[in-house]
Design a protein around this ligand. Sequence first.
Ligand code: KG4
Ligand code: ZN
Length: 346
Amino acid sequence: MDNISIMKEYTDILAIETSCDETAAAVVRNGREILSNVIYTQIALHTEYGGVVPEIASRKHIEKINPVVRKALDDAGKTLDEIDAVAVTYGPGLVGPLLVGVSEAKAIAWAAGKPLVGVNHIEGHIAANYIAHPDLEPPYLGLIVSGGHTHLVIVEDYAQFEILGRTVDDAAGEVFDKVARAIGLGYPGGPKIDKVSREGNADAITFPKAKVNGAEYDFSFSGLKSCVLNYLNTAKMAGEEVPQADLAASFQKAVVDVLCDHMLHACHETGFRRAALAGGVASNSTLRAEMERRCAAEGVSLFVPPPILCTDNAAMIGAAAYYEFKAGHISGWDLNADPRLGLGQR
Ligand code: KG4
Ligand code: ZN
């Protein structure tokens, strides 16, 4: 065999994600192909507290990270020797949980003599689309809707973004979680509202679609949250029963309508004919259906990852890491958790 035929034609990255309440590891080839994707979700552990307790999350990550990484390598049929780089989410997120992943990745990369690649969690969410849609390449419009972030962006290149708009208060996922708690559905709010809404009438209650003065692409969800709380209090004081499913469906419609309005308006103004959704809220069934319907009506191609790649996972971190790695962005051994890392920052 000559040298050319034995040259490796692919890059396999071991990726680690621990920014919130999922302990995850994956092996991803060339940023596009999942060789393994292991997610240990802590949801059950945090349910009784009504949300993620950072200290409990950190302790669980410490307990689970080694077996999760081991399983990711085993499922991929890879040894550490065969891995080309070790990637890890270093922000944004909860500082304790982030530190567990960063320490683990540093230790593995140093011991195995592999490069370390720090990845921005929000960029990871966008990169989930590269796995789901192997032909998708920048530029295109992106809407990232997660528990901590709501960003409407132009994805100019794999790690280059122009932010058109963002939330000025609560993130989309955050308002799902808060409203779910208020109407008695509990944690995790998004999936529960999604489910119960299927039984409800989305036109039963009209909630306002908030606009942010002077910033056509920004979002504001705290007013909507207050309207839901006012509705609940008024019903309670009048001794009326609250129609939970109608309330959930009407609230969800208000959020979905605003997200779709902004995305379609941005497509219209910028001329982009390709748009992608990302983040935990992108697994919402009504958002997926409504965005697809409205994009199709306007001749815009919509890209959405499957739900398992919308919520937190390490495969998306491996996808984003591939493009960082190819661009020569290798992290130093002083890589630290950055809980407030912004989109496009490094
Ligand atoms: O991306 P993600 O897993 O974690 C963050 O980076 O924040 O997003 C979690 C958020 C939570 O607020 C959760 O309620 C929301 O995504 N979410 C949903 C759905 N599934 C998860 N929101 C609405 N509908 C869903 N089906
Ligand atoms: Zn996330």
